[in-house]
Ligand binder design. Structure first.
Ligand code: FPP
Length: 245
């Protein structure tokens, strides 16, 4: 629990926080464990950070759980990662409901096993009336795939005379992205990457246009509420100008 003084110190809460949960493999290696043990432990960090973000009144938390490039990994690891949403929602569903959290996903279903799609769809249906924080799972997500898909859909709509080229602007493009259901919160305010790596890895390229970046040295399984709170504290000092003065 935060004291009044601490709670007051955080007056600027980012609406949309996005996280690249990196370092699971290195966390496991450091302990002489197989990589998948790092992913398993990573789920605990997902729970901690979801609760912490919700506590602060963050509106959207987007987590990069599987990228379109992660298919390059060994088949056993891919299989494990594909099952993670099932394991996660199996255990965490009651808490999601208790906390009024609504689940959505960003990404393509292509290649994802049917049972994973089914589980996630069930969770989306069950949480659809929750009106608290949105937990947006970026699963089989890649920004270039998202933008390519949007361009293709826009092109088709032009061919079908539903749209004219002159109507294509910033707002219209955003409406063809996976994040469209997030409305005014689709753009990221705070982007966090763990494990000391400092790159974007094809994550929300459009939506991160004006976000603040924070890189944590912690491996994702070690990331906790305290680390999250510290980042929010630092965010208070960031002067966001959005290109202005
Ligand atoms: C990156 O670490 C992490 C991933 C590719 C998977 C992240 C997934 C989770 C933390 C859990 C998913 C959560 C839900 C709710 C389904 P890495 O494996 O690249 O680590 P390394 O860089 O140390 O090898």
């Amino acid at each position: 629990m935060k004291t009044d003084k601490e709670a007051k110190a955080l007056q600027v809460i980012p609406n949309h926080v996005a996280v690249i949960m990196d370092g699971n493999g290195r966390w496991a290696k450091q302990r002489g464990l197989v990589r998948t043990e790092g992913h398993r432990e990573g789920l605990e960090a997902v729970k901690r950070v979801t609760k912490a973000a919700n506590k602060w009144g963050v509106k959207v938390l987007t987590l990069y759980a599987f990228s379109t490039e992660n298919w390059k990994r060994p088949p056993q690891e891919i299989k494990y990662l594909m099952n993670l949403p099932i394991a996660f929602f199996d255990k965490f569903m009651p808490e999601l409901m208790e906390n009024n959290i609504k689940v959505m996903t960003s990404g393509t279903e292509e290649g994802v096993p049917g049972r994973t799609i089914k589980t996630v769809q069930k969770v989306i249906d069950q949480t659809k009336d929750n009106d608290g924080m949105v937990l947006n799972l970026a699963f089989n997500y890649g920004s270039r795939e998202e933008i390519t898909r949007a361009v293709r859909l826009i092109g088709q709509d032009i061919l079908d005379h539903k749209l004219e080229p002159k109507q294509v602007d910033d707002k219209l493009i955003a409406s063809y992205l996976y994040t469209n259901p997030l409305g005014q919160y689709a753009d990221v305010d705070l982007m966090i990457r763990t494990s000391g790596e400092e790159r974007l890895s094809n994550f929300l390229l459009w939506q991160n246009a004006y976000s603040e970046f924070y890189f944590s040295p912690l491996y994702w399984p070690d990331f906790n509420e305290e680390a999250f709170d510290e980042i929010l504290e630092e965010y208070q000092g960031r002067n966001r100008r959005f290109g202005g003065l």
